[in-house]
Design a protein around this ligand. Structure first.
Ligand SMILES: *Cc1c(COP(=O)(O)O)cnc(C)c1O
Length: 398
């Protein structure tokens, strides 16, 4: 073999062959079980990132393995000319757990960005009387495809790819900004209920309630991007349920099938009547392999009480963080098992690197924030072990 053979170290193989869209990965992982993963040198890591809020049941959970295996051996893919039992079951399940109920509808795709693309097109269909604007929040993240990127409130991510699809305006995450921006010329307001990529930033108190009032008053679609916050992570099926509101549409992906790629747009009430036959579609979207896996994962979240567990372990995890003897922690943010740590100094990457050296995976979405998003299955032992390893990481940087 040439110099790119499989006997070369993985970093040089990665460097030669992978698109330069990401920096060099931190490790090469080969195996996982529960909340732990192992790298190619046999080192063990406690995974408190869960593939960025994806591995809801942790790694290699028997329910996940059984669902993928059984459905792959039964019927993996058909086309949208045919329905399948897992597709029907998942649509019904999603309209139930979102609270959309009767009149709710689910569209299936394969990722978060794609779910937001569908929601973007939905917004374009809200034309009565004359609505030309779509609102989204500064510092929000909605994905990397063009429509989702246009919604994303981070100019540096958008600028190399301009021109963006038109009509999107970004507003600050304040009630005053909402009140100033929402009128009858707005088609939709997109909201990330907790800004994950921005460092797990909470919205101001009362923001979602006021957003719901104003959007309802003006016929504006309220679209919640629950791609990171959804399916149990915040201690409710969806974060808007913690705020006691009901949106017109919600986008779901990441944790929904525990690592199998899937995304969904779920609409409520009148929003379910906007898309008509032939207006949107996806070859893979809603195939029986993905939907059977999502049914199994969501079913296990329900059966094993993992939403309650997210609330309970989230509190325990916050206590562990608050008791760390360091001046580096300014605040602890987020809900349930989506936790952000705001730092007093720009050392987030150094702490995440030190954590990795101590066998703990967490993430630094920016210089002054840490993101912690473990699998929903974690127990007391894992949170205690997290405490040991995160304390060691802070000690190494202090
Ligand atoms: C991850 C994420 C997306 C994009 O999802 P992909 O599956 O990466 O396309 C969109 N919105 C939010 C809030 C996310 O966290």
């Amino acid at each position: 073999m040439s110099s790119i053979g499989t006997d070369n170290p993985w970093p040089s193989r990665f460097d030669r062959s992978l698109m330069r869209t990401m920096g060099m990965p931190l490790r090469c992982l080969v195996r996982g079980e529960g909340a732990y993963v192992w790298d190619d040198e046999g080192r063990e890591y406690l995974d408190f990132l869960a593939g960025i809020a994806v591995n809801s049941l942790g790694h290699a959970h028997p329910v996940f393995v059984e669902a993928v295996s059984r459905q792959a051996g039964t019927l993996a893919h058909v086309s949208n000319y045919f329905s399948t039992p897992p597709q029907l079951e998942l649509a019904e399940r999603l309209t139930r757990i979102t609270g959309a109920g009767d009149g709710g509808r689910a569209y299936f795709c394969n990722s978060g960005a794609e779910a937001n693309e569908a929601a973007f097109k939905l917004a374009r269909l809200n034309t009565s009387p004359t609505r030309t604007k779509i609102l989204a929040l500064t510092n929000s993240f909605h994905g990397r495809t063009m429509g989702a990127l246009a919604l994303t409130g981070k100019p540096a991510m958008r600028e190399p790819f301009e021109p963006m699809p038109g009509g999107v305006h970004h507003i600050d995450s304040t009630i005053e900004a909402l009140e100033a921006a929402i009128d009858d010329t707005v088609a939709a307001l997109f909201v990330e209920p907790i800004k994950g990529e921005a460092g797990v930033l909470d919205l101001p108190a009362g923001f979602l309630t006021r957003a719901r009032e104003l959007t309802e008053e003006h016929g504006v679609l309220l679209v919640l991007d629950e791609i990171q916050t959804g399916v149990g992570r915040t201690g409710a099926w969806f974060a808007y349920q913690n705020a006691g509101i009901v949106p017109d549409a919600v986008t779901v992906a990441k944790g929904m099938a525990g690592g199998f790629p899937i995304g969904s747009l779920v609409t409520f009430g009148w929003a379910s009547d906007l898309f008509q036959r032939g207006m949107h579609g996806s070859t893979f979207g809603g195939n029986p392999l993905a939907t059977a896996t999502a049914n199994a994962v969501l079913g296990e979240i329900e059966r094993a009480g993992l939403i309650e567990n997210a609330r309970l372990r989230g509190e325990q995890l916050r206590t562990v963080l608050r008791e760390i003897d360091t001046s580096l922690i300014a605040e602890v943010r987020g809900q349930g098992l989506l936790v952000g740590v705001g730092l007093t100094e720009p050392v987030a990457t150094r702490i995440a690197d030190a954590a990795l050296e101590h066998g703990l995976i967490i993430n630094a979405p920016n210089d002054s924030s840490l993101r912690i998003a473990p699998p929903l299955i974690i127990g007391d032992d894992e949170v205690r072990e997290f405490g040991n390893r995160v304390r060691a990481a802070f000690a190494a940087v202090s």
